[in-house]
Design a protein around this ligand. Structure first.
Ligand code: MN
Length: 315
């Protein structure tokens, strides 16, 4: 699972996200697109909302039926300057990367790959799996301090699960409701899955952080605005808590953190600061430079043409 980010998702210039707004609920509908054969709802980035904390990408896929013939296979492709966060609601997925990692992920587990200077990976339907696949893949923009660093991969089978009145939470990344995820983080962002059983769940938040909600199943309302799958509900900063109402059980992700202070340029599978960085990375991937390594996968490498600002485009 991964991008690619196109100019429909984000402009090809490096910008900081639209300014954080206090206690706003800003609903923005995502875009339906395809990643390989898989239809996804892309709710981040949006043109006006490039980041939420350091979260810079969110694709919500499925539920779709998969079996030996209808598979979700994403061949080897590169990343830089970001972390991929993979979270399944149902199904199974096999991750392989250029570090030699080979990891099946199942619901309730976290795959976290840090790209730094460069990594490549493939994601596929494990051989015998048939059933429903329902998942989200998120990217975290790495700060200047680590974005040129070494790649890494982590799998977390166990994550903290604080109980809240009316909700079960799982802390994927960061700190929430007194619990801290063991997953690496290079900035102070937070990612939490919420399963909401009854109305009136109250989420403890940090006043200086901005937040957004992404509904994965069902519907919820926040400040009397209804939020359903396919929508980014941006909550802004300035909240100590947030109350969620549901009419039936619902599942959502809470994403947050201090507004990301650095300008971000996203194109294809890269998070950068300048067009030159992206052009160089794309060329090195095409030329099979060792920067992005090799993935032990039988799937075909994913290639892309030059970026829209490249003078060689069209030749
Ligand atoms: Mn990817």
């Amino acid at each position: 699972m991964s991008g690619p980010i196109t100019t429909q998702d984000a402009p090809t210039s490096a910008e900081v996200s639209a300014g954080a707004v206090e206690r706003e609920v800003e609903l923005e509908r995502g875009r339906e697109t395809m990643v390989g054969e898989l239809p996804v709802r892309r709710v981040l980035p949006r043109r006006m909302r490039r980041t939420v904390g350091s979260w810079c990408f969110a694709d919500h896929a499925g539920p779709v039926s998969v079996d030996e013939e209808h598979r979700v296979d994403i061949g080897p492709h590169p990343h830089m300057g970001l972390q991929t966060v993979t979270w399944l609601v149902s199904g199974e997925l096999l991750h392989r990367d250029s570090l030699g990692s080979e990891q099946v992920i199942r619901p309730g587990q976290l795959n976290l790959m840090t790209a730094g200077h460069g990594v490549s990976h493939a994601e596929e339907n494990p051989g015998r799996f048939r059933g429903e696949l329902h998942l989200v893949q998120l990217w975290v923009a790495q700060p200047e301090a680590t974005r040129h660093g070494a790649p890494a991969f982590e799998h977390h089978a166990e994550l903290p699960r604080p109980e809240l009145p009316g909700a079960e939470a799982t802390v994927l990344i960061g700190a929430f409701a007194g619990e801290v995820s063991p997953a690496r983080r290079d900035s102070e962002h937070t990612g939490v899955e919420l399963v909401l059983h009854r109305p009136g769940a109250v989420l403890p938040l940090r006043r200086d952080d901005e937040y957004a909600l992404v509904v994965l199943a069902g519907a919820l309302s926040v400040d009397e605005q209804v939020v359903e799958p396919g929508v980014l509900a941006y909550l802004g900063t300035g909240r100590d808590e947030c109350r969620l109402e549901v009419g039936a059980p619902a599942r959502a992700l809470l994403l947050g953190g201090p507004p990301f202070p650095e300008p971000v340029l996203m194109w294809w599978n890269f998070v950068a600061r300048t067009r030159e960085e992206v052009s160089v990375a794309r060329r090195q991937w095409t030329e099979r430079d060792e920067r992005f390594g090799t993935v032990a996968s039988r799937l075909r490498r994913v290639e892309v043409g030059p970026p829209p600002w490249d003078p060689r485009k069209g030749r």
